[in-house]
Unconditional design. Structure first.
Length: 323
């Protein structure tokens, strides 16, 4: 398709088309995007590759979407944004070592982009998608230039939370993050350590656990926490917080009189707990909605944001009252 044909079809000058393609010369962003979008659609028709208007959402196979409210809320947000922009959503399952459903969906041309709901260190899915040049969205942050990312500042939020607890008088912490190879938990760990360092508190007196807290491990972990004379437990998410609070209360410990507790994610699981739990409040649905919107804008050749950080709020509640 020639520049003259594009100009005639869009009712603009050939010079304007030339500027949009070369990136040189003065041209409005809206006009440039309209030209590039038209070219992309026309080239797809000529090659027989017609966009499916389908977003592939990679859901971690080890997640229970009924109990892990971050993933379910994020997925709802993506679906809402996709529907509004006339796209559909196909859910594919992934594990740390198995991305076959992603590869199959791409090779069979079922999807136009992949959205990852979680990123791990040395992520196999991310490496594959970057290698084949396929459009990628991520609920998180990464160093890849081509990835569209939307995230919460988990490092900054954790640092602020722990700093506030230090200001309340807490000095011995237990940090429990079940999967340190998840980037979100690595960010939380770094935020925790930064808060200690900036407050002049020794990390050697803190208890840090980064493995899976299975039922048969919980009692051992809690015994170590209590033997360390911990006065505030920092839980990686709401489900872990509920399990630990339930164990403490079953054993006769009073929260916060005997020990305080906070959650780094304010999921709905906390709403039934008493006392109410100090937590970092974020909107997973907003993350998904913003991610879906920006990926759709990119696919349509429209202006989009490559990196977005959404706000958070720290909710101070009774679980950290200083008695």
């Amino acid at each position: 398709m020639t520049q003259q044909e594009i100009a005639k079809a869009l009712g603009i000058s050939k010079t304007t088309v030339s500027r949009a393609i070369s990136g040189k010369g003065r041209i409005g962003e809206e006009t440039k995007n309209r030209i590039l979008k038209y070219m992309k659609e026309h080239e797809a028709e000529e090659s027989g590759i017609v966009p499916t208007r389908m977003l592939g959402v990679a859901l971690p196979a080890d997640s229970n979407i009924n109990s892990n409210h971050f993933f379910s809320e994020c997925l709802y947000g993506i679906c809402e944004a996709a529907a509004y922009m006339n796209y559909n959503v196909l859910v594919v399952k992934v594990t740390e070592g198995d991305i076959s459903e992603i590869i199959s969906a791409i090779e069979k041309k079922k999807i136009d982009a992949v959205i990852l709901l979680r990123r791990m260190e040395n992520d196999k899915a991310m490496r594959y998608l970057e290698g084949v040049g396929f459009p990628v969205g991520l609920a998180g942050q990464c160093a890849y230039e081509t990835v569209i990312s939307v995230d919460i500042d988990n490092k900054g939020a954790t640092e602020e939370m722990v700093t506030m607890m230090i200001a309340k008088g807490f000095r011995r912490f237990a940090l429990i993050l079940e999967e340190i190879n998840y980037v979100v938990n690595r960010d939380r760990y770094n935020g925790f350590m930064d808060a200690l360092m900036k407050s002049g508190i020794s990390e050697k007196k803190q208890y840090i656990y980064t493995g899976k807290v299975y039922d048969n491990v919980l009692e051992m972990v809690m015994s170590d926490i209590l033997n360390n004379k911990t006065d505030c437990i920092v839980c990686g998410d709401d489900e872990l917080c509920v399990r630990i609070m339930s164990w403490l209360q079953k054993e006769g410990y009073r929260i916060p009189r005997d020990i305080a507790i906070v959650s780094l994610y304010n999921g709905s699981a906390l709403s039934l707990m008493r006392p109410s739990v100090t937590a970092i409040d974020t909107s997973a649905r907003s993350v998904g909605a913003e991610l879906g919107k920006q990926v759709c804008h990119f696919l349509q050749g429209e202006k989009y944001r490559k990196n977005t950080l959404l706000n958070y709020e720290i909710l101070i509640r009774r679980s950290t009252d200083k008695m």
